[in-house]
Design a protein around this ligand. Structure first.
Ligand code: FAD
Length: 386
């Protein structure tokens, strides 16, 4: 059998990347000192604060890789990487702009009309416009090709009817990228006939309803589209090519530091609290977690380097997400051995607050963005094993 290789190239980190990291870090320290946010775990999903996103936009830290004509700064994927890493490690409330910065903006850049790029991308980069993901449906999660939301051709555009489920942050978004069926369903070619649309969420016929998760937060939503009209230029890319576009979008979605750093802030707090007395078993456990984080970071940076080269490393991204999200969960499980928590206790102590909060969120880590079973299937296919 041929040897099987993954491609995780080592990135070249130059001085400008380090400088940017320092700037972001000192901004975050200042904001934290001023009490502008309470550091939290899973901040890229649970921390919605449009005002904070606007501040990041004012600093030029959203859409940094995009062309200057659309509000970007033409920096590298590594520059973007260090910004996201610093935001996650600080536990900053970044969900409002996260999806638009990570994947909807790049999708619009690659597939949107010129008018769409000019009118929407600068607003995203300014932290003033947010986009939700409309992929999953009540009957369609892992098997995304089974979506039932339909878009029919009408004069001057399309009419969309259907329901999207679990869209994170949609309540504070102006737009949603909606995957809809535009061609007849063919069981033998299930991935054909799907199209992506950029739908303004204030269109007549759209309703967005928050769903409370077990941590008590309404971070995701059910959105219903009843004969929603969108003009022709709301189509992203080519009609019927939605599946191909989604595959490259998922490489952006699955490989970033948010797939292994969601609970890092709790780990850091635990190390700060326990460092003086840490020894034996406890030191070994913490040490092995840190080693895993380091390995995953190297892999995730490798994917950022490949994305910067214009590649679409979906197999490597699936591997990072599978290993990374299990590590995020493991961190909480292992810390609980040393710092037992009780959910109903008053959150006086910061470490206790971070651990309790993570405990309620961590089941979602291996579901969102594609479940780990599905990711393993992608890796197996990439290795030629299925
Ligand atoms: C916090 C959170 C945020 C989310 N945000 C968004 C969002 O913004 N936009 C959006 O569109 N969706 C979002 N989702 C939905 C997410 O993408 C789906 O939950 C996920 O794709 C799984 O789909 P499902 O929940 O329907 O589970 P199912 O697909 O029904 O899966 C149920 C179980 O069966 C297993 N399974 C399914 N198929 C296979 C297979 N072929 N082989 C082996 N096992 C299999 C799964 O691994 C899982 O354990 C979010 C979910 C969460 C938890």
């Amino acid at each position: 059998m041929d040897s099987i290789r993954f491609n995780f190239p080592a990135p070249v980190i130059d001085e400008s990347v380090d400088r940017l990291r320092k700037d972001v870090r000192s901004f975050l320290q200042e904001e934290s000192r001023n009490g502008s946010f309470r550091p939290g775990t899973d901040c890229w999903c649970a921390g919605i604060d449009p005002e904070f996103s606007r501040k990041l936009g004012q600093h030029g830290w959203i859409g940094v890789t995009w062309p200057k004509q659309y509000g970007g700064r033409e920096l590298s994927a590594l520059h973007r990487y260090v910004i996201t890493e610093e935001l996650l490690v600080a536990g900053a409330p970044v969900h409002a702009h996260w999806i638009a910065d990570r994947q909807s903006g790049p999708l619009i850049l690659a597939t949107g009309s010129e008018e769409m790029k000019q009118s929407i991308l600068p607003r995203i980069a300014a932290g003033e416009c947010f986009v939700a993901l409309g992929l999953s449906e009540p009957e369609s999660g892992s098997d995304l090709a089974s979506v039932r939301t339909r878009a029919h051709r009408v004069e001057g555009g399309w009419e969309i009817t259907g329901t999207k489920l679990w869209s994170s942050g949609a309540q504070s978004c102006q737009y949603m990228t909606v995957l809809a069926r535009t061609g007849e369903r063919n069981e033998k070619k299930r991935h054909e006939g799907l199209t992506q649309f950029l739908v303004p969420l204030d269109s007549p016929g759209v309703t967005v309803r928050g769903i409370r998760d077990m941590s008590g937060v309404e971070h995701f939503n059910e959105s219903h589209f009843e004969k929603v009209f969108v003009a022709d230029d709301a189509v992203l890319g080519a009609v019927g090519e939605g599946w191909k576009q989604i595959t490259s979008e998922l490489a952006l979605e699955r490989s970033g530091p948010e797939r292994f750093l969601s609970t890092f802030i709790a780990l850091e707090k635990a190390i700060q609290q326990g460092a003086a007395s840490m020894e034996g078993h406890q030191a070994r456990v913490i040490g092995s977690i840190l080693a895993r984080i380091r390995a995953l970071r190297a892999m995730s940076l490798g994917v950022a380097a490949l994305l910067g080269q214009g590649q679409s490393p979906d197999v490597e991204a699936a591997l990072v997400k599978d290993l990374g999200t299990r590590l995020e969960q493991d961190i909480i499980e292992r810390l609980r051995e040393f710092w037992p928590i009780q959910l109903k206790q008053n959150f006086g102590d910061e470490l206790h607050y971070l651990l309790s909060d993570s405990l309620l969120r961590q089941p979602s880590f291996t579901l969102r963005g594609g479940t780990n079973e599905v990711l393993k299937g992608i890796v197996a296919r990439g290795l030629g094993l299925r």
